[in-house]
Design a protein around this ligand. Sequence first.
Ligand code: AMP
Length: 421
Amino acid sequence: MNKIQTIRGFRDILPEKIALWQRVEKEAASLFTTFGYNEIRIPIVEKTDLFARSIGETTDIVEKEMYSFEDRSGEKLTLRPEATAAICRSYIQHKMYASNPVRKFFLFGPMFRRERPQKGRYRQFYQIDAEVFGIESPYIDSELIFLLNELFKRLGLTGLSAHINSLGCPACRPVFQQTLLDFLGKRKDTLCDNCRVRMKKNPLRILDCKVETCRNALKGAPATINYLCPACEDHFAKVKAALETQGVDFEVDNALVRGLDYYTRTAWEIQTTSLGAQSAVAGGGRYDRLVEELGGPATPAIGFAIGFDRLVEVMEQLNQGSDKNGPDLFIVPLGDAALKKSFHWSCDLNTAGLRTDTDFSGKSMKALMKRANKLKAAHVLIVGSNELEKNKAILRNMDTKAQTDIHLETLVPTLLDLLKK
Ligand code: AMP
């Protein structure tokens, strides 16, 4: 019979790998919470319209990558390809703007995009998101970039660079867009097919096309930052100044436009070269018009998404994949009477917080010691009929090989005393 396997681009994250994921989650939750961000959990499936309207009909995500389907009643649904639009939906649906428009959220969870699978690119991948509503001040842009920087520092990451840009606003972007189109008009023949379509639908996206002929055609292209209106220029200057005084390294990158339609003003990416070609571990930006476009009141908003899978891969490359810690204690019961006692000791010791494992198979001493070694147990407690008769068990330190007798009547408190850190 054919074995059923995961779908292409989907994968299991097995227990051996999970320590790093948990470490990141713990560090991120603690940092974000301190800064006043609250965790939000929202559905994985939303109405297709939500993403089509917000991300932009002509983006790669909406055109080619969404997992969309009709449910049994014919409703058009989509597995979320990103979290921002869905968090906006929640902000509007619960009228959060009415009681307190300023909200800061964070979220961990899976996203789904039907991209071509390759290293660091999956069809179900995980993101860590942070989103802020109701704050127009450039200091919040700097706070979010600082937060990313601080989180990566705490996780021991090196070799990352923050690229920032300003995409302007509806007042200044059309002027820039026209200048870009005029520039590209003369080079149209050298652009890839995609970019020729983008000239009509979404010209800004041409700036980050990776095709070589397009890269060449873009040499000397106008930069958004030279076409900002005074308000956008002032905003961007303040973001940069705050980052500088807070000691966050960054570079202004004119080619950074981000893939989604809803961004305004500040956009950024944290990039790494440690996964082969340069790729982004995190990206973010302002989306001051999205809440209104989705039916809420005009509300400035901004956020970022960290690519969790990529982040873990970078950490693994830096050899931070800590070996899984074994149990503090492995009980080796020899014979039925010892087994019966081991069950209760294991329950009591684990309940008291000492990581204890045992084996109920009734196998030989040799087999059980082999298992203790494999589990990397720090100590082993040996209990056979001889020991039971003498009312004691033998505690063996697997590192030093030193052995001590432990009296059975006081076994649990003695072990807790000796082994619990
Ligand atoms: P985006 O929502 O496209 O701005 O993506 C934010 C981050 O999520 C990126 O910088 C990547 O690190 C990560 N990411 C996006 N798409 C994928 C994918 N298909 N597989 C793994 N990570 C991804």
